[in-house]
Design a protein around this ligand. Structure first.
Ligand code: ZN
Length: 80
């Protein structure tokens, strides 16, 4: 399946397929570019990963611009 870039923005929270060793699977996007810098919401750990690698691991996106309580975006269902 070929899909375009996911709509990822500064401040968005993403849920990844594999949890961090600290137990949290939620990360905040703190820098956007060819590489994404993510901050673990469980322990505050920072990682820098190629965007393509992050996109392939995303299970849900919680856009920073979405109202509180809005359902997350799911790649493959809400996004092509
Ligand atoms: Zn962590």
């Amino acid at each position: 399946m070929v899909r375009g870039p996911l709509p990822l923005h500064l401040g968005d929270v993403v849920r990844l397929k594999k949890p961090h060793p600290c137990g949290s699977d939620r990360w905040e996007i703190v820098r956007v570019g060819a590489d994404l810098r993510l901050k673990c919401l469980g322990c505050g750990h920072l990682v820098l990963l190629p965007r393509s690698r992050v996109e392939s691991r995303i299970r849900e996106i919680y856009p920073a611009s979405a109202p509180p309580g809005a359902p997350p975006l799911k790649p493959g269902r809400d996004l092509i």
